[in-house]
Design a protein around this ligand. Structure first.
Ligand SMILES: Nc1ncnc2c1ncn2[C@@H]1O[C@H](COP(=O)(O)OP(=O)(O)OP(=O)(O)O)[C@@H](O)[C@H]1O
Ligand SMILES: [Mg+2]
Length: 273
């Protein structure tokens, strides 16, 4: 396995003294889809932001091609790594086409603001994310799912070898979730994405990373690491793990729901006619 992007002893935090991520070692496999899973607030977004140099490490380092990210010029990083944050904020009144076009900024030069290559990348990214028809609409008038697809289009238009996506399927209906995840696989680029849906993570990840309390608890191929014990350890959830009937990847089925208060035993035992 080769790896252009990785973290060594990465320790991360924000303004307060609290350490959010501690001593994290991670090699991102080239050309594969890496999915990070873990409970809320365990440090997934924080880790992704550090991999994209949006957050400066407190300790350790992020390496791109063996060089510390902090020492690489911003423009070179922007040409190599695209990052879609968890809650991006669009400039007011910007249109879809303009926002997607911003993905091309790292490729532009002062003497040539817009090239045919830029136009092609934007048109292609919008088509792949199914937002072409929205091109002239203001982003702040879109539905949550439409807006999310526009952000993904912007990240795709950047055409970087490495793409970091923080919960790209949030707000999407199930068909668009599947579209986006299939698209991510078809890109044949190095992708690191945070997903909340464990079953989607197990289906789409080549390499799965499970985090808890700012540390990596397990990593590997989903089929090798997703077990009822892991789900219990990471999420504190009782579940059974069975083979996905379509793909054979691990399918996590949470334990039975607790009965509603006041539900009578008769009702619980009633069987449909
Ligand atoms: N800008 C910030 N300033 C201070 N603390 C932050 C900031 N962003 C995140 N944190 C804290 O860092 C911890 C990890 O947050 P992070 O966003 O990495 O979690 P996450 O695993 O992505 O969670 P989620 O699944 O909810 O998105 C949390 O305790 C959070 O409150
Ligand atoms: Mg997050």
């Amino acid at each position: 396995m080769t790896s252009r992007l990785g973290a060594r002893g990465l320790t991360l935090g924000y303004d307060d003294a609290r350490t959010v991520v501690e001593g994290l070692d991670l090699e991102i496999p080239d050309g594969q889809v890496t999915v990070i899973v873990g409970p809320n607030a365990c440090g997934k977004s924080t880790t992704l932001r550090a991999l994209g140099r949006l957050l400066k490490p407190r300790g350790g380092s992020v390496l791109l091609d063996g060089q510390e990210l902090a020492r690489i010029p911003t423009r070179r990083i922007a040409q190599a790594i695209g990052l879609l944050p968890q809650s991006p904020v669009a400039p007011e009144a910007i249109t879809v086409a303009d926002l997607v076009s911003r993905g091309r900024q790292p490729h532009q030069r002062w003497w040539q603001q817009w090239s045919q290559e830029d136009e092609r990348a934007v048109t292609e990214a919008m088509a792949r994310t199914d937002v072409t028809e929205l091109a002239d609409r203001p982003v702040d008038e879109l539905s949550g799912g439409q807006r999310q697809r526009v952000w993904i289009a912007m990240a795709l238009a950047q055409e970087t070898d490495l793409l970091l996506l923080d919960e790209p399927t949030t707000f999407l209906d199930i068909a668009h979730q599947v579209d986006v995840l299939n698209l991510v696989r078809q890109l044949e680029r190095t992708v690191v994405t945070v997903l909340h849906d464990l079953n989607q993570a197990a289906r789409y990840a080549d390499f799965l990373v499970a985090m808890k309390n700012g540390r990596i608890v397990a990593r590997g191929r989903p089929g090798d690491i997703v077990t009822a014990d892991l789900v219990a350890e990471v999420f504190g959830l009782v579940a059974v793990v069975v083979p996905d009937p379509v793909t054979g990847s691990p399918l996590v089925v949470p334990g039975a729901p607790v009965p509603a208060p006041g539900a009578s035993p008769e009702k619980e035992e009633a069987t449909p006619q």
